[in-house]
Ligand binder design. Structure first.
Ligand code: CP
Ligand code: NVA
Length: 305
C-alpha cells in the first residue's frame, strides 16, 4: 500500500513523533554537509497551481540535497483540472516520477490525485489545509521549548487552511488551541467538531483576541486574505481590525510567548515590523524547518526509513 500525506491525521501520533526524530537527524546531516543520497536516481514532480516561495524552494532543495531531482511544474505548465482531468494527469505524472508534491486550489483535486496516482502524493497546501507547514511549526516549537507539554497555541486571524491543519494536529497531539477570528471567519465547523470530539485537545473559537491570547505560549497569525481571496483584501482589512498581532497583543499574553507566522507576511496588516523582528519571533526557524520536516515526510512515505 502506498502512503500519501494529505492531512496531518494521515499519520498516527507515534508517526508524527517519529517524523520529528527523522527531521532532527536529517537536519544534523545537512548541517554537517554529510553525503546523504537516499533519493539517488529518483524524481519528484512538484505541481503548483498557486504561487510559492518556501514550499517550492524547500522541497526542491531538500530533495536535490538527498540525491534526487525535482521538477517544478508551475501554474502555466499543468492547468490541473482545466487542461485535462485530475485523474488523467495524476496517472501520467505517476508513471514518470517516484513521488508527487502538489499545491492546488481545490482540496478535492488533491484527494483525486492521490486516489489515481500509483506513487505517494504530498499536499503542499490546498484551500482547505497545509499539513507540511503545521508539522514544521510543531517541530519548531519542540526545538524552542524542548517539549510539547501544556502547550497553549492561540491563532489570531482568519479561520483558514492553516487553522484546519492546526485542528488536525489537535486530533493527534494534545494541545490547547484557540482560533481568535472575527465573526463570520471561523474555520470549517466539521473540522472543528472532529478535533473537539477526538477528545485529546482543548479546542476553542473566540472573537476576542485580547482575552484569547492570555497565557498563550505561542501566538500565531497568517494573512487575512489567502491566495485566491486577494480581491477581498480591502474588505477583510476592515473586518479584521482589532486582530493585528502587534506589541500590545503580544504583551496581553502575560508571559514570554513566542510569535509564529507561516509566511509570507504582510507587515503592517496582520502583524507589525516590530513583532516580526522581536525576540519572540521564530518565523525564520519555522521556514527553515519546512525543508527538514518535508525531507522526513518524504523519507517516511517513500519507505526509505
Ligand atoms: N508558508 C508557505 O507555504 O510559503 P509559500 O507560500 O511561499 O510556499
Ligand atoms: N493561508 C495562506 C497560507 C500561505 C502559506 C494562503 O493560503 O495563501
Amino acid at each position: 500500500m502506498k502512503r500519501d500525506f494529505l492531512h496531518i491525521t494521515d499519520f498516527t501520533a507515534a508517526e508524527i513523533h517519529e517524523t520529528f526524530s527523522i527531521a532532527k537527524e536529517v537536519k544534523e546531516r545537512f548541517k554537517r554537509r554529510e553525503k546523504y543520497k537516499p533519493f539517488k536516481d529518483h524524481t519528484m514532480a512538484m505541481v503548483f497551481t498557486k504561487e510559492s516561495a518556501r514550499t517550492r524552494i524547500s522541497f526542491e532543495t531538500g530533495f536535490s540535497r538527498m540525491g534526487g531531482h525535482a521538477l517544478y511544474l508551475g501554474p502555466s505548465d499543468i492547468s490541473v483540472g482545466k487542461r485535462e482531468a485530475v485523474k488523467d494527469i495524476a496517472r501520467v505524472i505517476a508513471n514518470y516520477n517516484d513521488v508527487i508534491m502538489a499545491r492546488l486550489f481545490d482540496h478535492e483535486h488533491i484527494l483525486t490525485m492521490a486516489e489515481y496516482s500509483s506513487v505517494p502524493v504530498i499536499n503542499g497546501l490546498t484551500d482547505y489545509n497545509h499539513p507540511c507547514q503545521i508539522m514544521a511549526d510543531m517541530l519548531t516549537i519542540l526545538e524552542h521549548r524542548g517539549n510539547l507539554d501544556d502547550l497553549k497555541i492561540v491563532y489570531v486571524g482568519d479561520g483558514n487552511n492553516i487553522v484546519h491543519s492546526w485542528l488536525k494536529m489537535a486530533e493527534r497531539l494534545p494541545i490547547h488551541f484557540v482560533c481568535a477570528c472575527p465573526a463570520g471567519y471561523e474555520p470549517d465547523l466539521k473540522t472543528f467538531n472532529e478535533a473537539k470530539q477526538a477528545g485529546l485537545s482543548k479546542v476553542e473559537i473566540s472573537n476576542d483576541p485580547m482575552a484569547a491570547v492570555k497565557g498563550a505560549d505561542i501566538v500565531y497569525t497568517d494573512v487575512w486574505a489567502s491566495m485566491g481571496q486577494k480581491q477581498e483584501a480591502d474588505e477583510r482589512k476592515k473586518r479584521f481590525s482589532g486582530f493585528q498581532v502587534n506589541d500590545e497583543l503580544m504583551a496581553a499574553t502575560g508571559k514570554k510567548s513566542l510569535f509564529m507566522h507561516c509566511l509570507p507576511a504582510e507587515r503592517g496588516v496582520e502583524t507589525t515590523d516590530s513583532v516580526m523582528e522581536s525576540e519572540a519571533s521564530i518565523v525564520f526557524d519555522e521556514a527553515e524547518n519546512r525543508m527538514h520536516i518535508q525531507n522526513a515526510i518524504l523519507l517516511k512515505i517513500c519507505g526509505k526509513v
